[in-house]
Write a protein that binds this ligand. Structure first.
Ligand code: C2E
Ligand code: CA
Length: 611
């Protein structure tokens, strides 16, 4: 006999011939079939089973004959009761006879397996007792298990596509689907929608100092805290590294949403045990509620983000709810940031120069370079309107370099115009001082223009020295001093312990702050202090420049206090460098007839907010 691959090699009795022979072949096939075959009467009593069926069930034909399979192959808890078993009859119309049946059965040894059965009704005559049911059975446990495993993989994949692996919270994809769902759009349309955007304070520090394990534990801690404040239908989501979101479908009013946010902060504040230490977790939260029916979920999350930004700026651990005003402020800040970056490229910065007067001989001995931004739409802007934003954007040093170069150009021009003893004061920020290349670039700038370093005075703010940002200001000042430029302490009197800095730094000059000069007229104690500072500086061989001198009275007092140099609107406002040469020609030396009072702001100047 030809045996195909996978088939059993049948060795049986010799095959007889004719109809009888055919009968024996059929018998042989049934005997040797791999599928189990059961012949039952109409009431399901087993009459015959083939050997494959015996193997499958673990019972012999003799043991099974006359019994109904439901009585012993179904798991114990699924077996019909005695009465149902007794009364069972096959219904020829039953769908049982039209499709495969898959059921969990048990073998004699208790092993459960998946049995795929097909039922066929044989009519051997008109009487019911002449009907037979032939059941073909196949153990499909392996296939079913493979299918179940596949299905589980599909479920897992679907889950991981919508959930964050670490925390188990919804991810961005899930958030997108959720925001597009009818549930959410209906809620927004009814104004019942609240967003909380949560950002862990100092998460980077936790990661850096305690390790990634602690970082992960922190993220899970936050996730559990959020889940504990999730009402049915709400969505807690991890949208980024340490950014989380809680969407509330019934947030109540603004006060209720803020209360919920504070409750989240309280839950978060429960210390997290990590490696025998307690991690304390703080967070900032931005909140937002719909204002218009047309608001979208995405727009609301963006607004909550803006509120979060403001919460962080206010000093962490805070909840801030979005308001239109907050939105406007941030929009203006974003515009300013964008314009500032463009301004750098388009070179929209200029310097204005404010002259300084030496009182002993009424000569103009120097000037200070003050940066201005010629904004294409807003006109000329003062440093107070953009320097701190530039600092936040990390471009303050770039602006300082531009100012420095423009100031050096201006000084070279002044010298060339015959004012060759003029000095130039240049303001610097902490960021440029921290740049090790700065002294070298300044030196190069001086050499290129044939300028001498002693004609330059670098003004360092007292607050820069005090800011404790880690920049080594002492070393930076030393490097400048080695170059031969002079260094002044700016805004002297506004910081703390100004005098102590005189000992720490080798300062050449101080700039007496405008606020001290303004109080000269009205505050006798202040007058004594100013006089004492000037005397002390003279003893220490330090230059003093009084800033913001506006009136004849202030000038008089400073003269009597032997203040060497003054600067202020009383002498002249800051002006364009081309105007300074004209002005110098008329005012150096300063005519005794020149009235000393605040010069009006130039009419053409678009500056509205002169200090
Ligand atoms: P500062 O160094 O104290 O500069 C003096 C400021 O006082 C200037 O303001 C000047 O216009 C103003 N001022 C001078 N005399 C008078 C007066 O009599 N009355 C009044 N009310 N104000 C007077 P400005 O130009 O707005 O500069 C503000 C600050 O911006 C400067 O204060 C300085 O700290 C900073 N700054 C200016 N240019 C630069 C720069 O290029 N880089 C850096 N890092 N800072 C700069
Ligand atoms: Ca200054």
């Amino acid at each position: 006999m030809q045996v195909s691959e996978g088939a059993q090699n049948v060795t049986g009795p010799a095959v007889p011939e004719g109809a009888e022979a055919l009968q024996s072949v059929y018998g042989l096939i049934l005997e040797q079939a791999r599928d189990g075959i059961v012949v039952q009467d109409i009431e399901a009593r087993i009459e015959w089973v083939n050997p494959a069926c015996e193997d499958m069930y673990g019972w012999s034909l003799e043991e099974m004959r006359g019994r109904k399979p439901q009585d012993f192959i179904l798991p114990a808890n699924e077996r019909p009761d005695r009465e149902a078993l007794e009364n069972f009859r096959y219904d020829p119309e039953s769908p049982l006879f039209r499709r495969y049946q898959l059921s969990r059965n048990v073998r004699r040894n208790g092993q459960v397996f998946w049995n795929q059965q097909s039922f066929a009704m044989l009519d051997l005559g008109p009487g019911a007792h002449q009907k037979r049911v032939v059941v073909t059975c196949r153990d499909v446990t392996d296939q079913v298990n493979a299918e179940l495993a596949l299905r589980q993989i599909q479920v897992d994949l679907k889950r991981s596509a919508h959930h964050d692996d670490l925390t188990g919270l919804a991810n961005r994809k899930k958030l997108e689907d959720y925001l597009g769902s009818k549930l959410v759009t209906d809620h927004i349309a009814q104004g019942k929608f609240g967003v909380l955007v949560i950002d862990i304070d100092k998460f980077k520090d936790i990661n850096d100092t305690l390790g990634h394990g602690a970082g992960d534990a922190t993220l899970k801690h936050v996730a559990r805290a959020l889940e504990s404040h999730c009402a049915p239908g709400d969505l807690a989501c991890r949208t980024g590294g340490d950014e989380f979101l809680l969407i509330c479908l019934e947030p109540g009013n603004k006060a209720a949403l803020i209360e919920r946010a504070n409750a989240v902060l309280e839950t978060l504040a429960h210390p997290l045990d990590w490696d025998e230490q307690a991690i304390r977790i703080g967070a900032s939260i931005g909140a937002c509620l719909p204002e218009r029916l047309s608001d979208t979920g995405e727009a609301l999350i963006q607004r909550a983000d803006q509120a979060l930004y403001s919460a962080k700026a206010r000093g962490r651990g805070q909840v801030v709810c979005y308001t239109p005003h907050l939105g406007q402020v941030q929009k203006a800040q974003q515009e300013l940031a964008r314009d500032l970056r463009e301004a750098l490229v388009a070179e929209q910065f200029e310097i204005y120069l404010q002259p300084q007067l030496r009182l002993s001989d009424r000569r103009i001995c120097g000037c200070e370079a003050l940066v201005r931004w010629r904004h294409p739409r807003r006109g000329l802007l003062l440093p107070s309107e953009f320097l701190s934003a530039a600092d936040g954007l990390g471009i303050l040093a770039d602006i300082d370099y531009m100012s420095m170069n423009m100031a050096l150009d201006a000084l070279a021009e002044l010298h060339a115009a015959g004012f060759d003893q003029m000095t130039m004061a240049i303001d610097v920020s902490a960021s440029i001082l921290a740049d090790v290349n700065y002294p070298g670039l300044l030196d190069w700038g001086l050499q290129m223009r044939g300028l001498r370093p002693e004609h330059i005075c670098i003004e360092v703010l007292e607050t820069t020295i005090l800011d404790g940002s880690g920049h080594d200001i002492v070393t930076a000042v030393e490097r400048l001093k080695r170059l031969g430029v002079r260094v002044a302490l700016d805004d002297f009197g506004t910081g703390y312990a100004g005098l102590s800095h005189m000992a720490t730094f080798e300062i050449d000059a101080i700039k007496l702050d405008r606020s001290m000069i303004a109080r000269l007229d009205s505050d006798p104690r202040n007058r004594v202090i100013v006089r004492a500072i000037i005397r002390l500086c003279t003893l220490l061989d330090m230059q003093v420049v009084a800033e913001g001198v506006e009136t004849e009275g202030q000038l008089d007092m400073l003269r009597r206090a032997n203040c060497p140099v003054i600067q202020g609107f009383g002498l002249a406002r800051p002006m364009r460098r081309e105007d300074l040469i004209t002005w110098m020609t008329a005012h150096d030396p300063l005519p005794a007839t020149k009235p000393f009072r605040i010069a009006p702001a130039p009419v053409s100047s678009p500056i509205h907010s002169l200090r």
